[in-house]
Ligand binder design. Structure first.
Ligand SMILES: *Cc1c(COP(=O)(O)O)cnc(C)c1O
Length: 223
């Protein structure tokens, strides 16, 4: 809220997603009790069992689980079973795998509508950390827009560790505007983590993905 006010923005315009990777289901249940409903996970296997455990602990809660990590195509089906949104689509091959899984889920009435996805944008074009580079962004957007069971909802980005966050998020903001110009419904921008959410909010982020600042240092090494 303070970052929004400093940026002259309405705090209601920025969603707080709690990134709960490595955090036990019992702690996620406490987050739900506190009113946090947007949750993020980055590992398919860990997330799948946690989603089930949290549902058992809080059967009446309605958390929205987001997948924010790098995703192998052979895990697409498992993640589609519980994901409210996938934020890390960075290749046509992954989009096709998700589209296939989501199509099957629709056909079998396990989903009622297309699966929202964000394109993960690479600020520095380094393929190691995932993300689609600037020069391939719009082609990937067109591809995803043509996937029957996916809904292109916007952009996600992680600022490179060494970068100045304001410069990085200014670049992300421009990429999001290019995406929106070509695909007007792709309005969501997910940018900003514990260390750089103020800069992301200055550059029109609509979703901040916060782990450490809410939940403390993670015990296990995990990106
Ligand atoms: C871990 C993670 C976060 C949260 O990072 P913190 O620095 O702990 O807030 C956000 N986004 C992604 C993609 C992550 O993997």
């Amino acid at each position: 809220a303070a970052a929004c006010i400093a940026a002259g923005r309405d705090p209601a315009g920025v969603e707080l997603m709690a990134v709960t990777k490595t955090v036990p289901a019992s702690d996620v249940a406490l987050l739900l009790d506190l009113g946090v409903t947007a949750l993020g996970e980055n590992r398919a296997q860990e997330a799948g069992s946690k989603v089930a455990d949290v549902a058992a602990l809080r059967p009446d809660a309605q958390p929205r689980w987001h997948f924010v990590g790098s995703l192998q195509r052979n895990k697409a089906r498992a993640v589609v079973a519980w994901a409210h949104r996938i934020e890390s689509v960075d290749s046509a091959r992954l989009a096709d795998a998700l589209d296939g899984a989501a199509t099957r889920a629709l056909d079998e009435s396990r989903r009622t509508g297309p699966l929202p996805v964000l394109l993960q944008y690479s600020v520095d074009g380094d393929p190691a950390r995932g993300g689609v580079p600037a020069d391939a962004l719009l082609a990937l957007a067109d591809h995803v827009a043509g996937c029957r069971a996916l809904r292109l909802a916007g952009l996600m980005a992680v600022a490179p560790q060494a970068a100045d966050p304001d410069a990085a998020f200014a670049d992300v903001e421009a990429a999001a505007a290019r995406l929106r110009a070509a695909h007007p419904a792709a309005t969501t921008l997910s940018a900003g983590m514990s260390g750089d959410l103020e800069a992301a909010i200055r550059h029109s982020s609509g979703v901040v993905r916060v782990g450490t600042a809410l939940l403390g240092e993670r015990q296990l090494a995990s990106l």
